[in-house]
Write a protein that binds this ligand. Structure first.
Ligand code: FES
Length: 172
C-alpha cells in the first residue's frame, strides 16, 4: 500500500502539470522511492489517484532504464560503456566491478547490496571512464577509486533516488 508520503508526492506532481499524464514519471519515481522498485500494487494505486490506466504507467517502467519492474540492490552502479569511456578503459573498469562484486553486468549481489547496470553514454564524457553510483558522478575511474566508492556505499543507507549530496558530481 502506498504510504501517505508517496500519495502526497503524487498529488504534488499532479498539481505541477496541466495534465495527469505529464506527472507519470514523477509518480513512478515516488513509487520506486517507497518500494525500491516500481511495485505493481504501487503502480495500480498511483494510477487510481491519477485517474489513468495502470498500463500507461507500466509502459514507462519498461521503457526507462532508471525505473525498475523488479527488486534491485540497495545501491545502483551504472558504469558507462559507451565510446568515450570505452576508449579510456571502461571495459576493464566494468570487469573489475564484476569481479569484485562476484556478479555479471545486469545482476544484483546475492546479499542485495549492489546492482551493476552498465549504461550507454551518461553525458559526462569528460569524466571518462565514469559511472553514476547512487546518483553521483564519479570519474575518471581507477580500481582504487572504485574500491573507495564501494566501501563508502556499502556503509550508506539504501539509495532511494535522492539527488546526489555533492550536487551530482565528484572527481578523482
Ligand atoms: S561515453 Fe561515457 S559518459 Fe559519454
Amino acid at each position: 500500500m502506498l504510504s501517505e508520503e508517496t500519495v502526497q508526492e503524487i498529488r504534488a506532481a499532479l498539481n505541477r502539470y496541466p495534465r495527469p499524464r505529464s506527472a507519470v514519471l514523477d509518480a513512478l519515481r515516488a513509487v520506486q522511492r517507497q518500494y525500491g522498485y516500481c511495485h505493481p500494487e504501487g503502480i495500480k494505486e498511483a494510477a487510481e489517484i491519477m485517474g489513468l490506466d495502470p498500463n500507461a504507467l507500466q509502459m514507462l517502467v519498461t521503457f526507462y532504464d532508471m525505473l525498475y519492474d523488479h527488486p534491485v540492490g540497495e545501491h545502483i552502479l551504472m558504469p558507462c560503456k559507451n565510446i568515450a569511456c570505452f576508449l579510456r578503459g571502461s571495459d576493464q573498469m566494468i570487469e573489475y566491478l564484476s569481479k569484485k562484486l562476484g556478479i555479471k553486468p545486469g545482476e544484483t549481489t546475492p546479499d542485495g547490496t549492489f546492482t551493476l547496470q552498465p549504461m550507454e553514454c551518461l553525458a559526462a564524457c569528460d569524466l571518462a571512464p565514469m559511472m553514476i553510483a547512487d546518483g553521483a558522478y564519479h570519474g575518471p575511474l581507477t580500481e582504487e577509486r572504485i574500491d573507495e566508492i564501494l566501501a563508502k556505499l556499502a556503509a550508506s543507507p539504501r539509495y532511494r533516488g535522492e539527488p546526489a549530496p555533492e550536487g551530482g558530481a565528484s572527481r578523482v
